[in-house]
Design a protein around this ligand. Sequence first.
Ligand SMILES: C[S@@+](CC[C@H](N)C(=O)[O-])C[C@H]1O[C@@H](n2cnc3c(N)ncnc32)[C@H](O)[C@@H]1O
Length: 304
Amino acid sequence: MTGAVRPGTVYLVGAGPGDPKLITVRGLEVLRASDVVVYDRLAHPTLVREAPHAAELIYAGKRPGHHTLRQDQINALLIDRARAGSTVVRLKGGDPFVFGRGGEECEALRSAGVRFEVVPGVTAAIAVPAYAGIPVTHRRHGSAFAVVTGQVGGNRPALDWSALARMPVLVVLMGLRTLPETCRCLIAHGRDVRTPAAVVSVGTTPRQITITGTLGTIAQRVGAAALPAPTVLIVGDVARLGQTLRWFAPERRIPGDSPSPSAIPIPPAPRSHALLDARSVVPARTRLPVPAPAACRGRWSEEV
Ligand SMILES: C[S@@+](CC[C@H](N)C(=O)[O-])C[C@H]1O[C@@H](n2cnc3c(N)ncnc32)[C@H](O)[C@@H]1O
């Protein structure tokens, strides 16, 4: 069990994916005892308000092309406030160690001799599909899953598309802008164009929307609906389970084509669902052109 909340310590706290109630008990405990909160764009405002009134609140959000504070400035800030004896909470969306740069911040703290604790969070990679009724593993539909970033290039290692194309379930974060390329790369490396796929936008919140389709149609459908970021892409047979396992009431859902529509009966949507009619929003089924595999190695634009 983790112990008391100690001054002079930095707590890297996972805020969860959106629904503020998905923070952990320990996360809330340290937040309520904090002197300083350095928070990200995807940390829910309700959670930030859980800090004591006297706490210093510092926004360190990043969005494409605009970083309020550079990573080295964030590291320096955490070190400075902890050395001054404050209880510092670094509040990050989802889990701090899943595409959250939490590892880098811990390295900086360790080098500076500053004590830290990691409070894991509920990652969007699992919780956002779950709120869309999509289990990332299922005995009949997928015994393994991989979580990757849709941002490649720069100093990140290239993705092994042929391995990813064989993964039963693939979850892609930060992948809205690169969705067409992702689909093309998977198809080019042998993934069936009819593989079910779903994109969940602003998951676990009242604005959650799910769009379903196949690897061949999902990019077109998402583009037509102009979905807002952040989004999670799920590729694999589990993606179609959301049509039957949906449970989250505020969800708007844009149904797509299902490779085996008769496999699972689709229950009528509850009245509270503003279910959109696919025919009015979604263009006719299209296939994406299959590019040469070399196209899967280019630098793609950034998106959080
Ligand atoms: C920089 S990554 C951080 C991930 C985070 N550390 C986690 O464990 O969830 C941000 C990405 O997470 C995903 N994401 C986070 N919150 C989301 C949400 N509420 N709905 C959909 N996707 C979300 C999106 O893919 C977004 O681009």
